[in-house]
Every structure is written in structure tokens, then in C-alpha cells.
Write a new protein. Structure first.
Length: 139
């Protein structure tokens, strides 16, 4: 069995943003040379997410609205975590809602998606450098 590891880095200027990273993950898969296996894509920060869904602008807008309703940024005093001097408790909660990682099957050298599926990086507390791990294992 072979394995391949790559990191992606992001520094998003906005507090909340979604970035389609499917092409970057696909490029890593091609570099790996793996034809059959699994591809893990993992947000390596506690206020960011990786998830799979459709790349449709209305849906991305709906996610922003939903997440802000579920875990509004302001007022920041509503969160005990922010008593530490941070202002990002909402970002931690948004990450829990959207998920930490995805695993995609690799079949015949391709990411084995269902219809419309794409991989996204979700940023919930931007303005600093963060990373995403891609780990591919297989033959």
C-alpha cells in the first residue's frame, strides 16, 4: 500500500467564507499515483471545516445565513469562550456543525463522487493562516 500527503494553506481575509478545493484535491490525487484507495481531506484548525456538497451560489448563501442563525458572531459576550479574550466562539460551533473532514473513495484514479458533489474548505474565523491536510492511501 502507498500513501501520499500534501497540505493546502489558506489565509482568507473574511471571517466566513467557503472555498471549493475539489481541483486542488484532484491534483494531489494525480500526484499520488494512487488508483484505488481512500482520500482524507481534513481541516487542521478548530475554526475551519471541510465538507462535501453542491457548488451552487444559493446554497452557499443559505449556509452562511443558517450558520449565523445557529451560532451568531455577535454579541460576542454571549459565549463563555470569548471571556478568554478571543472573539471566535461562534467559529468553533460552526466548525462542529459543518464537520472536520471528509473521506472520498478513489476508483480508477478518480475521486468517486455522487452527482454534484464537490469538496469545500469552510472558514469561520478568517484573517490568519490555516491549513488543510490531504492524505491518500491505496494502490
Amino acid at each position: 500500500m502507498k500513501s501520499y500527503r500534501e497540505e493546502l494553506f489558506f489565509e482568507i481575509p473574511k471571517r466566513l467564507s467557503f472555498v471549493n478545493i475539489t481541483l486542488k484535491v484532484d491534483a494531489a490525487l494525480k500526484k499520488s499515483g494512487i488508483k484505488e484507495g481512500l482520500c482524507l481531506v481534513n481541516a487542521m484548525h478548530i475554526s475551519a471545516s471541510v465538507y462535501i456538497n453542491d457548488d451552487e451560489p444559493g446554497l452557499l448563501h443559505d449556509y452562511e445565513v443558517f450558520l449565523e442563525k445557529m451560532a451568531p458572531h455577535a454579541p460576542i459576550r454571549q459565549y463563555r469562550h470569548n471571556d478568554t479574550g478571543e472573539d471566535n466562539a461562534d467559529a468553533h460551533i460552526k466548525r462542529q456543525l459543518m464537520g472536520r473532514e471528509v473521506v472520498v473513495a478513489v476508483t480508477e484514479g478518480k475521486l468517486d463522487f455522487g452527482p454534484w458533489e464537490q469538496i469545500f474548505y469552510g472558514e469561520f474565523d478568517g484573517r490568519r493562516r490555516k491549513r488543510v491536510l490531504i492524505k491518500i492511501i491505496g494502490e
